[in-house]
Design a binder for this molecule. Structure first.
Ligand code: AGP
Length: 609
């Protein structure tokens, strides 16, 4: 949800800002802009609707200045337009602001500013910040105190970066509910929504916490709170490299990330498999075995695909630990005044670690005394830091908006958690060892599925002509179907809906005809006959079928595109059954010529409510 960058130092700011915005484009891509402070109190502002490359083409080569801020936008208040793009200026252009988040009392503030005679030039909530800061400079001595005075008037979420032509030696930043990091260089400093925008320049970063501000100059930074107390911060080192953010010969990041899974899963498992006890080693949970044993229930919270994988994870936990477990969208949970139980283990799952709904759900649970652990990919992200412990997913950076490898890592993370919980409950050592062997087999088996990409690609291309599709699965296969439908709709813009196979005859079967294909998940388990019966019911009504199944399953005379994945342990099979659905969506979207890594209306990191 919007990306922020800032630079101050000895180099020309514009190219650094544009490169950083390119890296952050996955956060929002409907418009972009930069403001560069020039000599003698001047400022050059360029804003464009569309992608960062459109902005780059519009920025004059001679744009000179060593201080600047930039923004890539995902519209919340006001349609994508040049006037609504950031930076948002004060009336005299002296103050420029970039903002990620939502100012809740913007309407009220806009009315007040208008009544004071200020012409509002955009439909954004951000513009009020620029006017409030400009107004505060009349009574405050410094830009820092002017920003503080302005923020005291707003409610809502924000990460902001502010420059002032009158004090061109600093960028003032503030955070409340939206991420912000400072990059520490050699006599130069950076600010950004996330570290991907900084790694080309520095690996030394400082994370701001909610309620904190910083004044950033070319040679250092000072962090302080809204209460004006100084806070000492020590930079940490990020391990991300620029190479991890390149396409490396793939046409799309989604394709690259799907193909990274064998090696990334292997990396994730490294050091976490405990052969001696047939269990998982999860030091990050920061929990004694006795504590783990004390939980009588597990509640998983996530949004979108993370929620669907959470369902898969809840099933794994029930299977292996025999502890009641369920998943709920964090976006719903947080609004329904949930009952928090002391003997429930709450698990927040998130790739970005910045999803606002999930973060607020975590805080709500903690406020009521609950214990939350996180399954999070981005190290140091808000959710990771807010949780009481957790399992880092170590999937590496995921650039494509449609999540693939991070979801697989979530599922593997749940398998590890389920194993650890199981081994302090009733799971035998032998069963623990069986699951460990299954986990160890995953990287090779994922590679096997990917090696058969062309079969899956052909099936995907055949699905591309459908306006609407069903994805079906039963019990462990149902979360697979839900995630598959989600992936398909996100990047093909086709209507795709998931149903439990068992529910077909209770309604959805009425829609089946030659124009509505179905993707059926049919593992070789105790439900295989029932699943095949549902598939025959679809064929009997003229529906086209793609079946994702195991080698031993005999489809008989069932006419279908068949995708076969290797068998693992039945509890872990859903992880492998999901892999071809990623490629189905990818190749269908590719056949349709869609913008796979940047689907319309979506953003990678949903930091607004
Ligand atoms: C996945 O392909 C989606 N882009 C989306 O549903 C995503 O999983 C969801 O917004 C949650 O994001 P998170 O994992 O970063 O919390």
């Amino acid at each position: 949800m919007c990306g922020i960058v800032g630079y101050i130092g000895a180099q020309q700011a514009a190219p650094i800002l544009l490169e950083g915005l390119g890296r952050l484009e996955y956060r929002g891509y409907d418009s972009a802009g930069i403001a560069v402070l020039g000599a003698r109190g001047t400022v050059k502002v360029v804003r464009r609707v569309g992608r960062v490359h459109a902005l780059a083409a519009a920025v004059p080569a001679k744009t000179a200045g060593r201080v600047g801020i930039g923004h890539t936008r995902w519209a919340t208040h006001g349609a994508p337009s040049e006037a609504n793009a950031h930076p948002q200026p004060s009336a005299d252009g002296r103050i420029q602001v970039v903002h990620n988040g939502i100012i809740d009392n913007a309407a009220e503030l806009r009315a007040r500013l208008a009544a004071e005679g200020i012409d509002l030039a955009s439909d954004t909530d951000t513009e009020v910040l620029a006017h409030l800061i400009a107004g505060a400079t009349r009574t405050q001595d410094t830009l820092e105190t002017a920003v503080l005075a302005a923020l005291a008037q707003v409610t809502g979420t924000y990460a902001i970066a502010v420059v002032d032509t009158a004090t061109p030696d600093r960028i003032v930043v503030a955070r409340n509910g939206s991420p912000l990091v400072i990059g520490v260089g050699e006599r130069e400093m950076f600010v950004a929504s996330d570290v991907s925008a900084l790694v080309r320049h520095t690996s030394s970063v400082v994370h701001l916490e909610d309620g904190e501000l910083a004044s950033v100059t070319a040679t250092g930074f000072r962090t302080f709170t809204r209460e004006r107390d100084d806070v000492a911060k020590t930079p940490t080192t990020v391990e991300l490299t620029v190479e991890e953010l390149e396409l490396a010969g793939h046409d799309h990041f989604m394709h690259k990330e799907i193909h990274e899974q064998p090696s990334s899963v292997e990396r994730m498992l490294g050091g976490r498999l405990d052969d001696r006890f047939g269990s998982a080693r999860l030091d990050g949970l920061r929990m004694e075995l006795r504590e783990l044993r004390g939980f009588r229930r597990v509640k998983v919270l996530g949004c979108g695909s993370a929620y669907y994988v959470g369902q898969l994870g809840a099933t794994l936990i029930e299977d292996l630990a025999r502890v009641p477990a369920d998943a709920e969208p964090a976006s719903e949970f947080r609004y329904r005044n949930p009952v928090i139980e002391p003997d429930t283990l709450y698990v927040a799952v998130s790739q970005s670690g910045e999803t606002a709904d999930t973060l607020f759900a975590v805080r709500e649970i903690q406020r009521k005394g609950g214990r939350v652990v996180g399954l999070v990919n981005v190290v140091g992200s808000s959710i990771a830091r807010q949780c009481d412990g957790g399992i880092y997913l170590h999937a590496g950076p995921e650039v494509s908006v449609a999540s693939t490898k991070a979801l697989t890592h979530m599922a593997v993370g749940f398998a590890l958690l389920a194993l650890a919980l199981g081994r302090v409950h009733d799971l035998s050592h032998a069963d623990g060892a069986r699951i460990l062997a299954g986990l160890q087999a995953l990287p090779g088996q994922i590679a096997e599925i990917l090696a058969d990409e062309e079969t899956i690609a052909q099936a995907g291309r055949r699905l591309a002509d459908a306006r609407s599709l069903f994805f079906i699965g039963r019990v462990r296969g149902y979360p697979v179907a839900r995630e598959a439908a989600q992936k398909f709709k996100e990047i093909t813009y086709r209507h795709a809906e998931a149903y439990p196979s068992s529910e077909l005859k209770h309604g959805p079967l009425a829609l089946i005809d030659a124009d509505l294909p179905t993707v059926a998940v049919i593992p070789d388990d105790d439900l295989v006959e029932r699943n095949l019966a549902a598939a025959h019911e679809i064929r009997a009504r003229g529906g086209r079928l793609t079946v994702i199944t195991h080698p031993g399953v005999d489809l008989g005379d069932l006419e279908a595109d068949r995708i076969t994945v290797p068998r693992n342990e039945r509890e872990l099979d859903p992880i492998l059954l999901t892999i071809p659905t990623q490629l189905l969506a990818y190749h269908a979207a590719r056949a349709l010529g869609e913008d796979i890594d940047r689907p319309r209306n979506l953003a990678k990191s949903v930091t607004v409510e």
